[in-house]
Design a protein around this ligand. Structure first.
Ligand code: AMP
Ligand code: MG
Length: 520
């Protein structure tokens, strides 16, 4: 195993001069050098085949002991110096000051096939940014991150990736519900991979410290490597940068809305500057379509990060990024123009996405009403989002009276589809049918198009929990089964039909299924 390594972040940006691993407030630096903690008896549970190939690794490489030792922090790649990044962030709407990689350690930047990838271990021990926590991760949350980030990639959603999942044989103390019932859990490490893990918060912390020199350095660095189409430097290039980040973040959140993903902790330290989904914590997948749903128990009171508000929260986060970049730009009007553009494009992009989810190819004025009515009718009774859109593809033009029958599997309580509810549904199907009459596309072609953007298989909350429960008993087979199925989320996979079902009743209020905490 021999990587081509080119460490640009740690070589071109200023390091924290202190190299001891003590908790501290860091100034005038973009990162701190750290050493991963040694693990007792690491075991590799899974490797992503796609990521392995992206990095130019062979089967033999990933089966070697060397790979295992590197991916669990016991050995360091030759000629490299691992580091933790310095960032701050707004958490739940408030400035939280310094946060930083408290349990993520960047190993190195690897070049392969003209692509740059940073390898990062999550759960490999303390750093100067660990505050009062241990720098470790438990198996439960590591399985969730590992499976979901690869699943999102295959769904076509911009995301950080995962290369490997390993256990450490070190036990980690966690109080899942924050109710005084702490217990030991198996420790684990995921090797995450992305072109860069820079977040909005990396810029915010420098601006908060009025460290304009490094703010400029970091921004120039980010543009040079990740937005190379932006030429020059100075105000114009920073404005274009903000606008590009805004566009990428918009694309990401539209994709979340399309597949029913709820991130759960959209703090600015969890916003990738590359517009990638990052930091899979108490995320969840919509089962019943519900704009007000959040998986995160910590957010239960205000539901700041509920499904329906995700796009607005991205904008709120972009405002924080814009504030951080302001000293480099010094032009409020131009910044506001970019943020206002987000508002307008968001409405358009969201609408276009919903239009394609229901299989329309052309757009008519009245379609706004059709989409709005659908969102309403979907929330009359608990209706499974994934099953609804997937089965809607079977609708036959001219057969409105069969509409409800076509999507019946999506209803959690079929008995509720009577009276007014039934009438509203029938009325929607009538409108939908009338609208389809104006389209030239055949039922067959429409179905094909819809099935290419409405997934059949997503990582439902209870599925990840089943894989976790089995793994707790040393059975890792479900991790592999789900991983393989989620590689082809839009394909019919008859052998996986048992996963194309509504959430089972036992999972409705179960911890880990509908209730997730930040404790990971
Ligand atoms: P999050 O919102 O979970 O992404 O994390 C917020 C901050 O807490 C980040 O600075 C993380 O690095 C840090 N953090 C979360 N869990 C741990 C942990 N177990 N040990 C150290 N730092 C952590
Ligand atoms: Mg985070």
């Amino acid at each position: 195993m021999k990587f081509t390594i080119q460490n640009t972040f740690s070589e071109e940006l200023p390091a924290d001069p202190v190299s001891e691993n003590t908790r501290r407030q860091v100034r005038n630096a973009c990162f701190s050098y750290v050493t991963p903690r040694k693990t007792s008896d690491p075991k590799l549970l899974h490797v992503s085949e796609e990521m392995m190939k992206e990095l130019g690794l062979s089967e033999q490489d990933v089966q070697s002991d060397y790979f295992l030792q590197i991916m669990t922090g016991n050995k360091i790649l030759e000629d490299t110096r691992p580091y933790a990044m310095h960032y701050g962030g707004h958490q739940f709407g408030n400035w939280a000051g310094q946060l930083g990689d408290g349990r993520a350690i960047n190993l190195a930047e690897v070049l392969y096939n003209s692509k740059r990838w940073v390898l990062q271990l999550k759960g490999a021990g303390e750093t100067p940014y660990s505050r009062n926590a241990d720098g470790l991760a438990v198996l439960r949350s590591s399985i969730r991150e590992y499976l979901c980030s690869e699943a999102m990639y295959h769904l076509g959603v911009p995301t950080t990736r995962a290369l490997s999942l390993a256990t450490t044989e070190d036990m980690v103390l966690r109080d899942i519900l924050y109710d005084g019932n702490a217990a030991y859990e198996k420790g684990a490490i995921v090797c995450r991979v992305a072109p860069s893990f820079i977040r909005f918060g990396n810029f915010e912390i420098l601006a908060a410290h009025n460290d304009l020199k490094n703010l400029k350095l970091l921004t120039d660095y980010t543009i040079k490597y990740f937005f190379p189409e932006i030429k020059g430097n100075g105000k114009e290039s920073y404005l274009t940068f903000l606008s590009e980040v805004s566009k990428r973040s918009l694309q990401m959140v539209i994709d979340w809305q399309r597949v029913g993903f709820v991130h759960g902790v959209m703090n600015t330290d969890n916003m990738s500057i590359l517009g990638l989904t990052i930091d899979y914590g108490p995320y969840g997948w919509l089962e019943g379509f519900d704009a007000g749903w959040t998986p995160n128990t910590t957010d239960r009171q205000f539901k700041r990060y509920r499904y329906g508000t995700q796009p607005e929260i991205v904008l709120w986060n972009l405002y924080q990024l814009a504030n951080a970049l302001y000293p480099l730009i010094d032009d409020v009007d131009s910044i506001e123009k970019i943020l206002n553009e987000y508002q307008d494009s968001y409405k358009n992009e969201y609408f276009n996405m919903m239009i394609s989810k229901i299989g329309l190819i052309t757009i008519e004025n009245q379609d706004h009403i059709l989409v709005k009515d659908l969102e309403e009718v979907l929330q009359l009774t608990e209706t499974d989002m994934t099953i609804f859109f997937r089965n809607l593809a079977n609708f036959k033009k001219g057969d409105a009276s069969q509409g409800l029958q076509t999507v019946k599997d999506a209803f959690y309580i079929p008995d509720e589809i009577t009276g007014d509810v039934q009438n509203q549904w029938n009325s929607w199907f009538n409108d939908y049918d009338l609208r389809l009459e104006k389209e030239v596309v055949t039922d067959k072609d429409r179905k094909e198009k819809m099935n290419s953007i409405n997934p059949k298989y997503v990582l439902r909350n209870y599925m990840a929990q089943l894989a976790i429960d089995a793994a707790d008993k040393d059975d890792y087979s479900l991790i592999d089964e789900l991983y393989k199925m989620l590689k082809q989320p839009y394909q019919e996979q008859p052998e996986s039909n048992k996963w194309f079902v509504k959430r089972p009743d036992w999972a409705r209020n179960k911890v880990g299924c509908s209730m997730l905490s930040c404790s990971s």
